[in-house]
Design a protein around this ligand. Structure first.
Ligand code: HEM
Length: 546
């Protein structure tokens, strides 16, 4: 009885797989044919393409090498022959991130990752109408005006962290102690985002074990395993790999923990119904559109904001402290600048600390948390502007991307890209391009932001930061992050300070930093530091009480 059924099902499965495979081969060959004139590295291995080398080299270094050799548009191969374009041409980038943004959605694999960890929130959603709807819900609570109201939370959290460090030092026989910065930066980011965005204290800075923080750390510190390579190389073409094995289990665990925290916060806010509550969640609840959202959609949004804020802010805090620790003269100048305005307002944070501002921009330039901005060419009937015929029968659509300089191989000021092609914008290459940033582009040189003493407005054209991306899908947490990170470093306890008035604490005013280890970047969800040769994220800095 069962045998014929199994046989039939097997035949259906084989048929289905063959059709998918045939479609994949035809599509891949078609893409190769259209992109054959685009230069790039020779394929390293047939099975993995360049994925093996990308995974095992310093994050971003291969992109620097390729763009140095082949120009601003480079074609390379991923696993199983799929084609990827890496683009640093400024006109093309403005088109992809700006006017053409909705024709270049996130690749299916990246969306599957966001769905698996965070749910169907703003980082996952695609399509102009759906995306703009989600953005309308979140933007008002994270713009400059709203962020002003959050300054006291930033200050209190910073003060709390500095107090915790002081306690650690007090229990130590000398005034110096090696402190694991990545641990504290992560907990600082989680507590700040929890309190500022949701009015909820995760209380991770207490130093006690914390399940959510540990689940997030677990995912970060799992990247050295072979399973991470297979996942990274294959999720572009087989997104379901994200659900397999131990890593799949960790992803589900992070989603579950973020979800249960989010549900708890959502129900607390609804119960309180406080009209003075200006947190992101309360604003979301008041927004007319929110009634159209299900609880799961709201929870996905909250998971997304927690994760987007936590991952990036904790990484940038760590990198900034690292740079400060290895530039002692600059550290001293920064301390002097901060001491000159002991009780800054939010506006002063943005304008009166040129050195601090420059240090933050320089950190974001050299250590973009999101190193590659990934897209997949999507052609809808209304956006297609070319039609080509492949293998005589396969009709495929293309999009034409404008360029700022002609392609060496074709002499054309445009790039024709078939639907389904993956595009990577390597932010590190853009932000260390010597033609734009000068010969010292690879060095931490905050003074480049102060040319003429007038700041970024006087900088040569092209010196843009892409660390927050650009266009309709750029970071909505930028104002929040810039203020948050600066507060984390720039305030000292003032004699007149009360907790609520939150007069400033500054790590720099209370501590000095030195780095005694060789630190290297590694790729997890974002680019994080670790001691060279170690597996987990780590940045032990020697902290001295001043
Ligand atoms: C230094 C800190 C930060 C950096 C470097 C950063 C960077 C970025 C980048 C590059 C993107 C675009 C991602 C993509 O295209 O896939 C993005 C999007 C986003 N960021 Fe941030 N981010 C930071 C902090 C924050 C914070 C603190 C929040 C929330 C409070 C936040 C919320 C978001 C959200 C919701 C999006 C999705 C926007 C959309 O798709 O329309 N980010 N961020």
């Amino acid at each position: 009885m069962l045998a014929p059924l199994i046989q039939k099902l097997s035949l259906v499965w084989i048929g289905f797989t063959t059709v998918l495979l045939a479609h994949y081969i035809v599509h891949t060959l078609g893409t190769h044919r259209t992109l054959r004139k685009i230069p790039g590295p020779a394929v390293s291995t047939l099975l993995w393409g360049e994925e093996w080398d990308l995974f095992h080299s310093k994050p971003g270094s291969l992109y620097v090498n390729w763009h140095g050799r082949f120009g601003r548009v480079v074609s390379f191969t991923g696993a199983f022959g799929h084609q990827i374009l890496s683009i640093t041409d400024p006109r093309a980038i403005h088109f992809i991130l700006g006017e053409g943004a909705y024709q270049f959605p996130k690749p299916a694999g990246v969306r599957a990752w966001f769905k698996a960890t965070l749910g169907e929130g703003i980082l996952w959603v695609e399509g102009k109408v759906e995306h703009e709807f989600q953005r309308r819900l979140l933007v008002p609570a994270l713009n400059q005006t709203s962020v002003r109201g959050l300054t006291s939370i930033f200050l209190e959290t910073s003060l709390y962290m500095a107090d915790q460090w002081t306690k650690l030092l007090e229990n130590h026989e000398t005034d110096q102690l090696e402190i694991e910065i990545t641990y504290w930066a992560g907990r600082f980011a989680l507590d700040t985002i929890g309190r500022a965005a949701f009015g909820h204290d995760f209380n991770c800075l207490s130093g006690d074990p914390h399940e959510l923080a540990e689940a997030l750390d677990g995912l970060t510190n799992n990247e050295h395993r072979p399973s991470s390579f297979y996942m990274r190389a294959l999720f572009w073409i087989f997104p379901s790999i994200l659900f397999i094995g131990k890593k799949g289990q960790m992803i589900r665990e992070v989603k579950r923990r973020l979800g249960s925290e989010a549900k708890r916060m959502w129900s607390d806010t609804k119960t309180l119904q406080d009209s003075g509550n200006q947190t992101l969640m309360a604003n979301m609840l008041r927004c007319d559109d929110s009634s159209q959202m299900t609880e799961e959609e709201v929870v996905s949004q909250m998971r997304t904001v927690i994760s987007a804020g936590y991952e990036t802010v904790s990484a940038i805090v760590a990198w900034m402290l690292f740079e400060i620790s290895i530039h002692p003269k600059f550290q001293e100048q920064l301390r002097l600048e901060i001491a000159s305005i002991p009780e800054p307002t939010f506006d002063q944070l943005n304008t009166k600390f040129p050195l601090l501002d420059a240090a933050l921009k320089e950190t974001l330039r050299l250590h973009p948390a999101i190193l590659e901005n990934h897209h997949e060419v999507f052609v809808s009937p209304s956006t297609s502007n070319d039609k080509h015929f492949y293998l005589s029968t396969q009709a495929a659509q293309t999009i034409t991307v404008p360029l700022s300089e002609p392609l060496a191989e074709t002499g054309e000021m445009r790039l024709v890209v078939p639907a389904g092609t993956l595009i990577s914008i390597p932010v590190n290459v853009l932000q260390t391009d010597k033609e734009i940033w000068g010969d010292d582009a690879d060095e931490f040189q905050p003074s480049r932001w102060l040319e003429g003493g007038k700041g970024v407005a006087t900088l040569p054209k092209g010196r843009e930061l892409f660390a927050f991306s650009a266009g309709p899908r750029s970071c909505i947490g930028k104002s929040f992050a810039m203020a948050e990170i600066k507060v984390g470093f720039s305030h000292k306890i003032h004699a007149k300070l009360t907790v609520m008035q939150a007069l400033m604490i500054t790590l720099l005013q209370r501590f000095s930093f030195q780095c005694k280890h060789e630190i290297e970047p590694f790729q997890s969800f974002v680019i994080r530091p670790r001691v060279k040769g170690e597996n987990a994220s780590s940045l032990p800095l020697l902290v001295t009480r001043l």
